[in-house]
Design a protein around this ligand. Structure first.
Ligand SMILES: [Mn+2]
Length: 206
C-alpha cells in the first residue's frame, strides 16, 4: 500500500469553470509552500486570496475573468466554488488527515475564531458583522458569499466568529487568515493513522 507521505505529494488538483458570468481556472497543491499566483480583477479579493494561500501553505494559481462591469459578486462567489471544488478533488478520500482544527486569530485590534471539520458535509456558520458595507470598492457582504461557496464545494464544515474588531479590512483579513490556518492544521497528515479515514463511518465524502 502506498504510504501517506507519497500520497501527500499528490494532493493537487485543477478545476476550470466557465459560465456566462465568469471564466475561472484554479489549481491547488495542498502540500505546498503557500505560493500564490492570483488574478481575479478584484484587488482586495486578490489580497485576501494571497493570505489564504500564504497561511494555509496551499499553493494556489487562480485566474478569474468575471462580469465586473456588473459588480464583484459573481467573480467572488464563483472563485469560491472553483477553489472548493479543487480542494475537494485534491483531497480525494481524505485519508490520513487530522480533520479538525480551530484557532483564535489576532490582528491588531481584531480577534476572529475559525473552527473546521473536513467532514465531507458542507456547512457554514457565519458570525461576522461588518460596520461598513464597503472596504474600498469591495462589498463586505461578499466575504460571507466566498466562504459559503468554499464550504459548500470543498465539503467542509466551517464556523467563523469575529469576537471584536474596529477596522473592516482587519475583520475580513482575520477571517481569511484564520480559515487558512485551520485548513493547514486540519489537512496536515496524522502520523498516528496515516492510511485511515478519520471517521467511524469509514467515509468523509458527502
Ligand atoms: Mn491587509
Amino acid at each position: 500500500m502506498q504510504g501517506n507521505k507519497d500520497k501527500a505529494m499528490t494532493r493537487s488538483a485543477e478545476v476550470s469553470r466557465k459560465t456566462r458570468e465568469t471564466e475561472i481556472s484554479v489549481s491547488v497543491h495542498v502540500d505546498g509552500k503557500g505560493k500564490a499566483d492570483i488574478s481575479t480583477g478584484v484587488g482586495f479579493f486578490d489580497h485576501m486570496l494571497d493570505q489564504l494561500s500564504r497561511h494555509s501553505l496551499i499553493d494556489m494559481t487562480i485566474k478569474a475573468k468575471g462580469d465586473l462591469h456588473i459588480d464583484d459578486h459573481h467573480t467572488v462567489e464563483d472563485t469560491g466554488i472553483a477553489i472548493g471544488q479543487a480542494l475537494s478533488k485534491a483531497l480525494g478520500e481524505r485519508r490520513g488527515i487530522m480533520r479538525y482544527a480551530s484557532i483564535e486569530l489576532a490582528m491588531d485590534e481584531t480577534l476572529t475564531r475559525a473552527a473546521i471539520d473536513v467532514s465531507g458535509r458542507p456547512f457554514l456558520v457565519w458570525n461576522v458583522a461588518f460596520s461598513s458595507p464597503k472596504i474600498g470598492t469591495f462589498d463586505t457582504e461578499l466575504v460571507r458569499e466566498f466562504f459559503q461557496a468554499l464550504a459548500q464545494n470543498a465539503g467542509i464544515t466551517l464556523h467563523v466568529t469575529n469576537h471584536y474588531g474596529a477596522n473592516n479590512h482587519h475583520i475580513a483579513e482575520t477571517c481569511f487568515k484564520a480559515v487558512a490556518r485551520v485548513l493547514r492544521a486540519a489537512l496536515e497528515p496524522d502520523p498516528r493513522q496515516p492510511d485511515a479515514v478519520p471517521s467511524t463511518k469509514g467515509s468523509l465524502k458527502g
